[in-house]
Design a protein around this ligand. Structure first.
Ligand code: EPZ
Length: 422
């Protein structure tokens, strides 16, 4: 396995280009199942999760190939509708093929994704919605066996909780259903919006995009003309690099980013004393004269994203005072805390929140990555820790960050990939 070795204590300077959003590209790849023709997806991030989902579609019979950050995919010849355990277990967002396969073919077996490091990650809301659209769903031998031989029917769906991939799955299922589907309490993340916009651009009558209530007129099984889509910038990658600038108290600029998607992140960084210059897709962060503590509660978009919680826990160790960060979406998303404590951070976990006492000087040490965003928090801490740190099992990072170490080295970090000891 591989590790990252970081020599901390350096200031950063320069520009980082933000890649396309992993969490927008994933539903868009699943969406190609509904297309009657070849789809070209531009600004695809070159990360493992994207390769995994593309491989799944190829296993089902699709043709797909990458050319740098463009994916060309044709799903016309799909001849299998079984998403097997080995693939789904490695990437639980594979659940996104459930809606498209079922609405196009009338049947599919998708392995239950199961939990992951950050929580149990149920998919009951996805299944309940499909049943309300007329599907029969059986859980057998760890598989979701979904049937809708006469196609899905439009229905009124009330999501008990806002679910990002749940909303994306059902929006895609509704696109080929018979009649109108109304979805209530939808997630409003930019990634959900892009899925809806891609359906609209393919001729689907869809209203309420970006709101909690979405209405979709299905095509009754007619496939869609989806030609070309450009993936939106990755707002979590953007936030992660802004925190890299903040934690080293440096001036850095991120490019190819969308400021309105990260308003809640910028607001919290301003509360901590940092300032910004926003010029179209360029966002520059300027050092704080003194880094102030911060209180955060994670919530659904447009509020503060859970995917930035770990990064802000690392940053809060450098603030002058006590910060409280509460995690409201996942039950086990504090795996980074023990590792940060190894560097000398003063952090206490109290149920679903952490109390961080700063400012604490951190000292380099070995750390273990456990999940995608926790791992990025360990790298950020390594940038400011005195001496050398090593983050092990960085395959977690490679799932969602394209060229992380070269992007950081490009703005002055002393970081390199080494053969891991674990
Ligand atoms: C998406 O996961 C993201 N993944 C996650 O990003 C992100 O953390 C999460 O949304 C929350 O913003 C992708 O988009 C591929 P949810 P998702 O369904 O859709 C509960 C990353 O780091 N729930 O919005 O799986 C669930 O337990 C990843 O890139 C149910 O109870 O999250 C959670 O408490 C990590 N039943 C809450 O809803 C369901 O059927 C939100 O989950 C579905 C969800």
């Amino acid at each position: 396995m591989q590790s990252l070795e970081i020599k901390g204590g350096l200031h950063l300077k320069g520009e980082v280009e933000i890649s396309g959003s992993k969490n927008s590209a994933l539903p868009l790849i699943a969406l190609t199942i509904l297309s009657r023709q070849t789809v070209q997806i531009d600004n695809i991030p070159n990360v493992v999760d994207i390769k995994t989902l593309t491989k799944l579609l190829q296993m089902l019979g699709s043709e797909a190939h990458f050319n740098s950050n463009t994916l060309t995919i044709n799903t016309k010849n799909i001849n299998k509708t079984v998403a097997t355990y080995d693939i789904v277990k490695t990437m639980r967002a594979s659940i996104l093929v459930l809606g498209p396969l079922l609405t196009r073919f009338g049947h599919c077996d998708v392995s239950l994704p199961g939990g992951c490091a950050i929580g149990s990650r149920p998919v009951d809301l996805h299944l309940k919605a499909l049943e309300e659209m007329g599907a029969t769903i059986e859980i057998e031998d760890g598989y979701i066996k979904a049937r809708a031989e006469n196609g899905l029917k439009g229905a009124d769906i009330f999501f008990e909780k806002k679910t990002v991939t749940g909303t994306e799955n059902i929006v895609m299922a509704a696109a080929l259903a018979q009649g109108k589907t109304r979805l209530f309490n939808c997630a409003m993340e930019p990634e959900v919006i892009q899925t809806c916009e891609a359906l609209r651009d393919a001729g689907i009558k869809i209203s309420g995009i970006g709101t909690e209530t979405i209405e979709i007129e299905g095509t009754n099984g007619e496939l869609l003309n989806i030609e070309k889509i450009r993936v939106i910038p990755d707002r979590i990658e953007a936030g992660t690099y802004l925190v890299a600038g903040a934690i080293t108290n440096s001036e850095i600029t991120i490019t190819n980013s969308e400021a309105k998607h990260i308003a809640s992140i910028i607001e919290k960084l301003e509360e901590m004393g940092f300032s910004f210059k926003i010029d179209n897709d360029k966002i520059t962060i300027f050092p704080a004269s003194i880094i102030k503590p911060v209180n955060i509660i994670t919530a659904e978009y447009p509020l503060f994203p859970t995917d930035m919680q770990a990064q802000f826990v690392a940053l809060a160790t450098q603030s002058n005072g006590t910060s409280i960060i509460e995690e409201r979406l996942f039950e086990n998303r504090f795996m980074h805390v023990n590792e940060l404590q190894r560097l000398g951070a003063d952090i206490k976990i109290e149920h679903n929140r952490v109390i961080i006492h700063g400012r604490k000087e951190l000292h380099g040490a070995d750390m273990m990555a456990t999940d995608l965003r926790a791992s990025s928090a360990l790298v950020l801490a390594g940038l400011v820790a005195k001496g050398s740190s090593r983050v092990h099992r960085i395959y977690h990072l490679d799932r969602g960050y394209q060229n992380l170490e070269s992007k950081l080295a490009g703005i002055g970090a002393n970081i390199k990939r080494i053969k891991g000891i674990l």
